[in-house]
Design a protein around this ligand. Structure first.
Ligand code: GCU
Length: 343
């Protein structure tokens, strides 16, 4: 039986159980809080959400039990977003582009070469005046963002070397299920193939696609480095993963409990950021030494040049992101200025 089918059966069993138990209390009188994500149990996000579980249960363990479902066990990211909207899953961790079709402001993060540096990316994501506003925008759809996790830098990787955009001509490359990501690969001459993250390994292995684009952990934690041996350091995006919580679930929590949950989310981000830096270094080493992946030091400006017109196009077609885009340009300039002054 295919693994996907086993998961599907498992997921329907779990949902049957959810239905029986209802959303609130189970046998021991505790409220079950369900969290779904798509990474493995070794991934920084899993470590972070386990830290969240511990944080909340240490303080409110008599009232709540946090149950974590990793590995797309309850479905791919698009699916779990739907389940988060209905309240079947209270909390989900997804890549920001997956929210684009529900709430257009989230297209901001898919803009290629949006952040001029990692410093600018972090300054933006750590600025409450930016996050508090954008986090609330999907409330009309039933959820809001409660915190962010670093998901590194995204670059292309494939079975054949991609040194310049010309090498992408005709290549089928997997992207996240987001219109902006599709436009990005197509603008470079590739054939964008959107699909769920969990399907990528098999798709490359079986030749359905030629490669994908992601951070270095995708090579190791998700084993893509076993089937795609060339990683181009072209760094076209820094896209946060976001933790979404169902609005009704959050608002039903007594105020003091909600504060513990919110502090727990914040704490989990601190854990994730540290764990990310550690694991990404290990991943690069493992990919080179064990998986024999070649890291190509490509000329980033060639990719950037081709993608810059897309920035204006995306902003022009989506007025809801203009204010966020302008704000990030200011952060980029400020960081550059500070860097120059420090020299
Ligand atoms: C990263 C990110 C995930 C996302 C994935 C993808 O791994 O952390 O949230 O799903 O990329 O490309 O789909």
């Amino acid at each position: 039986m295919r693994l996907g089918k086993i998961f599907a059966i498992l997921a329907s069993c779990v949902f049957a159980l959810f239905a029986l138990s209802g959303c609130a209390n189970v046998g021991n009188g505790k409220q079950i809080v369900r969290v779904a994500h798509s990474q493995t149990e070794k991934h920084p996000e899993h470590t972070a959400i386990v830290a969240f579980k511990k944080y909340v249960e240490e303080r409110l363990g008599d009232k709540y039990e946090i149950q974590i479902f990793p590995n797309e066990l309850l479905g791919g990211q698009k699916k779990v977003i739907e389940l988060n909207q209905t309240g079947a899953i209270d909390i989900v961790i997804v890549g920001a582009p997956n929210v684009e079709t529900v709430e257009k402001t989230f297209e901001i993060f898919s803009i290629p070469y949006l952040f001029g540096s990692k410093e600018a990316y972090f300054a933006t994501m750590n600025d409450p005046s930016f996050t508090e506003k954008i986090y609330k925008t999907p409330e009309h759809a039933g959820f809001r963002v409660v915190t962010w996790y670093n998901a590194g830098l995204r670059s292309f990787y494939a079975k054949t070397p991609i040194n310049t955009p010309d090498d992408m001509k005709g290549l089928k490359l997997r992207v996240q299920q987001s219109p902006a990501s599709i436009a990005m690969v197509n603008a470079l001459g590739g054939a964008a193939t959107p699909m769920a993250f969990g399907e990528v390994y098999t798709a490359i292995q079986q030749g359905v696609i030629d490669g994908a684009e992601n951070n270095e952990l995708a090579l190791t934690a998700n084993k893509h480095g076993e089937v795609a041996k060339f990683y181009s350091n072209n760094m076209h995006q820094m896209i946060p993963d976001i933790v979404l919580a169902n609005v009704r679930f959050l608002e039903a929590l007594p105020e003091a409990d909600r504060k513990v949950f919110m502090d727990g989310f914040k704490y989990s981000t601190e854990v994730e950021l540290v764990e990310w830096e550690k694991q990404v270094e290990e991943a690069k080493k493992y990919a080179i030494e064990q998986q024999k992946v070649t890291f190509l030091n490509v000329d980033m400006s060639k990719f950037r040049e081709k993608m810059l017109p897309l920035q204006d196009e995306i902003v022009k077609n989506n007025p809801s992101i203009k204010e966020y885009y302008d704000y990030i340009q200011k952060v980029n300039d400020k960081v550059e200025k500070e860097k120059k002054e420090a020299k």
